[in-house]
Design a protein around this ligand. Structure first.
Ligand SMILES: [Zn+2]
Length: 254
């Protein structure tokens, strides 16, 4: 039995899992105070394993983890909320996988982010309810952008700083927000007044308000296009900077 100081207890949501060795699983967790974390679930694939059923994807669990030399190992695990509906329905599974993947891509190992954790937990719960999963996804995307430091500016022109008038605008991925027609241009994404209003609503209201929205399909499609365009741009930037850092490290090692 490991000594007490080498154990820690944490709530966790399972983001990813993969087979490891003969009978083990390697899990990627997201936790409130330790951020993203890799842990080993020993013997999790044995049919007799009591841990096996508790390490399902998307599940919310309470864990006792032993710090190992190279890998942390699950010592005990208790189910808090399995979010079973997320695995029983293909559409919900797809949306759950999407929100989990976004968090995974926007956060690094060990970066504490309790707001992102609480948002993830809430969004998985919303996806289990009778609600349009696309609204959950758009709400989650905009709020996640806030908690990982990329909150888009939707109330002032990011080029001129002046307040946005009630008219069609542009959105600049590079500047991270709305741009007025005077400062906007063809290199930017046009965003209609209707879509901008929805984006603002999603960004500033809680989900109790958002879940009641009924959007025209073309408005939702436009909102989705703007958010996904921005997310894609940011992730490409992140990947480039990660590649550049790897390049610097390689250079320093020579
Ligand atoms: Zn402007």
């Amino acid at each position: 039995m490991p000594s007490a100081e080498r154990l820690f207890r944490t709530e966790a949501i399972i983001l990813r899992r993969r087979d490891f060795g003969e009978a083990d699983r390697l899990l990627t967790l997201f936790t409130p105070s330790r951020g993203k974390l890799g842990v080993l679930a020993k013997g999790a694939r044995k049919p007799t394993s009591r841990k096996g059923g508790h390490v399902e994807l998307f599940a919310l669990v309470d864990m006792l983890v032993a710090k190992g030399r190279s890998l942390d190992i699950i010592s005990q695990v208790e189910m808090i909320e399995p979010y079973r509906a997320l695995r029983d329905d293909l559409v919900r599974t797809t949306y759950a996988a999407h929100i989990v993947e976004l968090l995974d891509r926007f956060t690094g190992e060990g970066e504490e982010n309790v707001n992102a954790y609480n948002l993830l937990k809430a969004a998985l719960g919303y996806l289990c309810q009778e609600v349009d999963p696309r609204l959950v996804a758009r709400f989650y995307e905009l709020h996640l952008l806030t908690w990982v430091g990329y909150r888009p500016e939707l109330f002032a022109c990011v080029r001129g700083g002046e307040e946005i008038d009630a008219q069609d605008q542009y959105f600049s991925y590079a500047d991270g927000g709305a741009v007025c027609p005077r400062h906007g241009g063809r290199s930017m994404t046009p965003v209609s007044l209707g879509a901008l209003k929805v984006l603002r609503y999603l960004q500033t209201r809680d989900f109790a308000a958002v879940r009641g929205l009924t959007l025209r399909p073309e408005t939702h499609a436009e909102v989705e296009r703007v958010i996904h365009g921005y997310i894609t741009y940011l992730l490409e930037q992140r990947l480039q900077s990660a590649d550049f850092l790897r390049h610097l490290r390689r250079l320093a090692a020579q």
